[in-house]
Design a protein around this ligand. Structure first.
Ligand code: ATP
Ligand code: MG
Length: 399
C-alpha cells in the first residue's frame, strides 16, 4: 500500500474566530511556496485541514520541508480510501502488519454522519480485525505503541498513525512584519526565529562601527540569516554605519550613560527604518536583567524616544533556555564565534542600571545627533539572503 498524501493539521485554530479563513489561506499559500520544487504535488485546502497529495514525490523529503513551515501543528502520512467498511478494514490490517511494536489502539472519528457505523463501534470493529489478523498485537488504550486514527469525512476515509509535531505558531506573514535588531550575539537570532514562528516576518537591522568592529561581523550575520532562511525564505539585512554616532557619544556623554544613549540612538534609527520599510514594529533580543541596559528602568529611558511597538520575545527567557534553542536552530555555533561588536568595544566600566531620563536628555543636548542619524540612515546598505545564500550584496559598493 502506498501513502497517498500528507495530512496537515493546523495549530490554534480555535482561538482565531474570524481569522480562520485568513489563517488557512495564508498557510496554504506558504505551503505551496515551500513545495514549489515538487511540481507534481497537489495541495488541497479544506475547512479544517490541508492535504498535500504526493503522487510520486518522496514522502520523507516533502515532510521534512513541511516541518519548517510555521502554522502547522501536526503532520502525518495518510492513506485515503473510499468510505467502505471492508476496504477500510483490510487497509488497517495491511498497515498494522508492517508496524513495529506490540500494542495498539484504533481511534475512529466519524465526521460524516451518513457513514453507518458510529465512531465507537468502528474503533471496536477495526480493533477486532487487527487482533484476529495480526496476532502479535494486543490492545492498550492508554499507552499504545501504535495509535492508528481513522477519520471518516465526507471526502473519504483517512487512515494515519505516527504524527510528527510541526513548528506550530502562525503562518508567516499573517501577523505583519517587524524590523529586528540583529547584533551577532546568541539572543537576537533566537528572537528573530520566535517572531517568524509566530507569523511575523522579520527584516534585520545591524549597527556597524568600522574600524572599531570588524567587517567579519557581517559574514557572521549572513551565516546566521542563512540558517534562519530555512524558516523565512527571503531575509534582508540592512546595515547602518554607526561609527560617527558612536564616536560622538563617547566624546560628549559621561561614561555610565554611554550605553543608554547608544541604545536610544539605535532605537531612533530603528524607528526611522521601520517607517521606511513599512514594518509594524521593532524587535530586539533583550532579556530583562541580562545586562545593565536591560533593567526595566533602562528600558523605560530607552523606549522614551519612540512610541513604535517594541517586541522583546526573549524578555523573560532564561539564558540557558535561549542557548538551548540556539543550539537546536543551529545558530549557536555561529553566534559564539569571537567578534567585536560596538557594545563590547566601547563597554563602560560601570554602566548605569537605573539611568534618569533628565540626565539622558542632558547628554543628548550636547551634540547634534539628528544630523548624524540622518547621515547614518542615508548611508545604509543591504544584503539580501534567499534560501541559504546571498542574492544581492550592496557591501563595498561605491556611493
Ligand atoms: P545578543 O542579544 O544577540 O546575544 P548581546 O546579548 O550581546 O547579543 P546586547 O548587547 O545585550 O546583545 O543587546 C541586546 C539587543 O540589542 C540585541 O539582542 C539586539 O537586538 C540589539 N543590538 C545590540 N547591538 C546591536 C547591533 N550592533 N546591531 C543591531 N542590534 C543590536
Ligand atoms: Mg543579550
Amino acid at each position: 500500500m502506498k501513502v497517498d498524501a500528507i495530512y496537515v493539521h493546523f495549530g490554534e485554530l480555535s482561538t482565531k474566530g474570524n481569522n480562520q479563513k485568513q489563517f488557512i489561506n495564508c498557510l496554504a499559500r506558504n505551503i505551496r511556496h515551500a513545495l514549489k520544487d515538487y511540481p507534481t504535488l497537489k495541495i488541497d485546502e479544506r475547512r479544517d485541514f490541508i492535504l498535500v497529495n504526493l503522487h510520486d514525490e518522496d514522502p520523507e523529503s516533502v515532510m521534512n520541508r513541511l516541518l519548517l513551515v510555521a502554522g502547522i501543528q501536526r503532520l502525518s502520512l495518510v492513506y485515503i480510501l473510499e468510505k467502505d467498511y471492508q476496504k477500510i478494514a483490510s487497509a488497517v490490517v495491511e498497515i498494522m502488519e508492517k508496524e513495529e511494536g506490540h500494542t495498539f489502539k484504533i481511534k475512529a472519528h466519524r465526521v460524516d454522519k451518513t457513514f453507518p457505523i458510529s465512531s465507537m463501534d468502528l474503533s471496536a470493529k477495526l480493533g477486532g480485525e487487527v487482533l484476529r489478523n495480526v496476532k502479535r498485537f494486543k490492545v492498550d488504550v492508554h499507552n499504545p505503541d501504535v495509535l492508528m486514527r481513522v477519520d471518516i469525512k465526507s471526502s473519504g476515509a483517512y487512515l494515519y498513525c505516527h504524527e510528527r509535531i510541526g513548528l506550530g505558531g502562525y503562518p508567516l506573514g499573517m501577523n505583519g512584519k517587524v524590523t529586528t535588531l540583529l547584533s551577532g550575539g546568541i539572543d537576537s537570532p533566537v528572537a528573530a526565529y520566535s517572531l517568524i514562528r509566530r507569523g511575523i516576518k522579520v527584516e534585520c537591522l545591524h549597527f556597524a562601527s568600522p574600524p572599531y568592529t570588524s567587517e567579519a561581523v557581517l559574514d557572521k550575520l549572513v551565516d546566521l540569516l542563512e540558517v534562519l532562511s530555512a524558516y523565512q525564505e527571503d531575509i534582508r539585512l540592512e546595515v547602518i554605519p554607526f561609527t560617527k554616532l558612536q564616536e560622538a557619544i563617547y566624546r560628549y556623554v559621561a561614561e555610565p550613560y554611554c550605553i543608554t544613549i547608544m541604545r536610544r540612538m539605535m532605537l531612533r534609527i530603528a524607528a526611522r527604518c521601520k517607517e521606511k520599510n513599512h514594518a509594524l514594529g521593532i524587535a530586539t533580543g533583550e532579556s530583562i536583567g541580562q545586562v545593565a541596559s536591560q533593567t526595566l528602568e533602562s528600558l523605560g529611558v530607552i523606549n522614551e524616544v519612540t512610541n513604535v511597538p517594541i517586541l522583546r520575545p526573549l524578555a523573560t527567557s532564561d539564558k540557558i533556555a535561549i542557548i538551548n534553542e540556539a543550539k537546536r536552530l543551529g545558530t549557536y555555533e555561529i553566534s559564539i564565534r569571537p567578534y567585536e561588536d560596538c557594545c563590547t568595544i566601547f563597554k563602560p566600566k560601570n554602566p548605569k542600571t537605573k539611568p534618569s531620563l533628565e540626565e539622558a536628555r542632558f547628554y543628548e543636548s550636547k551634540f547634534d545627533y539628528e544630523t548624524l542619524i540622518d547621515e547614518a540612515v542615508a548611508n545604509s546598505y543591504s544584503i539580501y539572503i534567499r534560501n541559504g545564500a546571498i542574492i544581492k550584496d550592496e557591501r563595498n559598493q561605491d556611493e
